[in-house]
Design a protein around this ligand. Sequence first.
Ligand code: E4P
Length: 278
Amino acid sequence: MVKIKIFIDSSKIQEIKKAKEFGILDGVTTNPSLIKAAVEDIKAGGGGVDIIQYIKEILRVAEGVPVSLEVIGTKYDEMVEEGIKLFKMFNPVARNVYIKIPINPSTGDEDGNDFDGLKAIKSLSDEKIPINCTLIFTPEQALLAAKAGASFVSPFVGRIDDYIRSLNSIGFKKPDHFPFYGLEKDGDILEDDGIISGVDLVAQTREIFDNFNINDTKVLAASIRNPQQVREVALAGADIATLPFNVLEKLLMHTKTREGMISFIEDVVPEYKKIFKE
Ligand code: E4P
C-alpha cells in the first residue's frame, strides 16, 4: 500500500474525471479561486452554472475520496455556520466532504479575528466535521491547527517560494522550480522567518508532527507548481500532495521514456507481433 496520497487541486469536473480515470486519485481540493476558474470556463463556453448541482457532481465523481470545500466568512460565527451548512448540504451526496477553514481569516481590514479560524476548527471538529486547515505558512500554524483537531493541514509550498523571491526582488514565473535547499543571495540563504523554501515548510511541519506523534492530522502539501516539488514533498514526508492537473500530467513525462517507446515499437519483429494477432 503506497502511503503518500495524491489529490487533484481543481474544481473542473473534466479534470477530476480524467484524474480519476488514471486510477491514482485519493482526493480533491477546491477553493474559491479554483471554483471561479471552473465557473469562468463554463461561462466562456456559453454555459450557465447551477453551483449546487455542480458541486454535487464533483462529489459524485470523487465518490470514495475526500473533497475539500472552503468557507468564505472571516468571523468565527460565519465560518462555523458556513461549515455546518456546506457539510449538511453536500456530505449526504457521497459522504466525502471536508471543510476548508483558513488558519487565520484576518484580511487586515478587521481587528480581533486572527484566532477565529482556529476556534472554528475546534468547534467543527468537535461536531465530527472533518477539517482541512488552509493557508498554512509556518509550522507553528500547522501545529495549532492540529491541536484544534484539523484532519489535514495545508502548507502552501509554491506561495512561500513566491514570497521569499518577492521579498528579495527575484523575478519568477509560476511554474519555476525553487530549490528545497533554498536560494542564496550575497552569501546568505534567503528565508521567511526560518523557512527557506515551501518544501522546507513541509519538512519542518513533518518533523514537529513526528516529534509529538501527531498522526491524526495529515500534512497536505498544497500550492504545488511542478513535478520536482512533488518529488521533494514526498521526500520531506508529506502525507498528501494536492496537484493541479497540469502538474499531474507532467509527472509521467520524460524524453528518454518517449525515445525508448519509439525504439521498442520500431524493433518489433513480425514473429513477435504474430503472438498478439492469434
Ligand atoms: C490550495 O487550496 C491550493 O494548493 C491552492 O490552489 C494554491 O495554489 P496556488 O498557490 O498555485 O494558487
